[in-house]
Design a protein around this ligand. Sequence first.
Ligand code: IPE
Ligand code: IPE
Ligand code: MG
Length: 260
Amino acid sequence: MSSNDESRFSFFSRKKTPSIDESELKIPTHIAVIMDGNGRWAKKRMLPRSAGHRAGADNLKTLCKNCGHYGIKYVTVYAFSTENWSRPESEVHTLMELFVEYFDRYDPELEQEGIRVRFTGDIEALPENIRAVCKRAEEGSKHRTRMTLIVAFNYGGRREIVQTCQKLAQRVKDGSLDPSSITEEMFASNLYLPDVPDPDLIIRPSGEERTSNFLVWEGAYSELWFSDVLWPDFGMQELTEALVAYTKRDRRFGGLSKEK
Ligand code: IPE
Ligand code: IPE
Ligand code: MG
C-alpha cells in the first residue's frame, strides 16, 4: 500500500467518525492494549482516581465490541502490572475490587458477543478470591469462539520470562531436559499462553511512549501505535486510526519488503 492511498482514509481530515472503506484495512489477528491514563482522565474532571479506573473498566466493554466489529480474534489488555503493587494500598484495593466485580457483572454481555476470557500473568500469586474469579470466567467462557479477550493481570514480561526459565531449569535439574534442546520455539511454548499468536499490534493510549514491561517476549516484532487520548476515551475512532496506521506498516521481520 502506498502513501497515495492515504486519501482513501478520511480520518486524516479529523472527522469525528472516520468513514473508511473497511475492506481496505489489514486486520491484525491479535491486538494488545495498554489501558493507561485512567488517573489523568479522573484528574481532568476533578474526580478521584478510582472514578478513572471505573471509567477505564467500562471502556473495556467498548473495546471488545469495537474489536468484534473488525473481526479481531485476540485482544490482550494490560490491566495490572507486577509494578502496580507499588501504588498506594487503597488504589491497589480499588483495582482488585473492580476486577472481581467486572467479570460477573459483564459476563452476559461478553457471552452475547461470543467472547472467551483468559488471563495472563502471575495468577498463582494473587489472593484466592481473585484466582476464583479467573477460574470462573475462564471455565464459563471456554465454549465461546468469536473472540478471545486476554486480561493481563499481575503481569510482567520480565517475570514471565523468569518463570519460564525456572520451569525449564527445574526440568534440567530433574534430568528430563537437555539444555541444548532449548530453542526459541521451545522456550516460547513454555510461556504463559503458548497457543496464543504473538500480538501484531500493541496500542498505548495516554501519551506515554513505552511498553512498561508488557509482552516483552511476545511483542518482539509487534507494531507499536501510540495515542494521546486517555484510555477511558479510547473509542472506535482511535481503534480505526490504529488499524489504518497498521494497514500501512511494512512488516519485514528482518527480511526485505515484499514490494522490493
Ligand atoms: C492505568 O491508568 C491503570 C493501571 C495502571 C492499573 P493509570 O492509573 O496508570 O493512569 P495514569 O497514568 O495515572 O493517568
Ligand atoms: C502500564 O501503565 C500498566 C497498565 C496499564 C496496567 P502504568 O501507568 O503502570 O505504566 P508507567 O508507570 O507509566 O510506565
Ligand atoms: Mg499510567
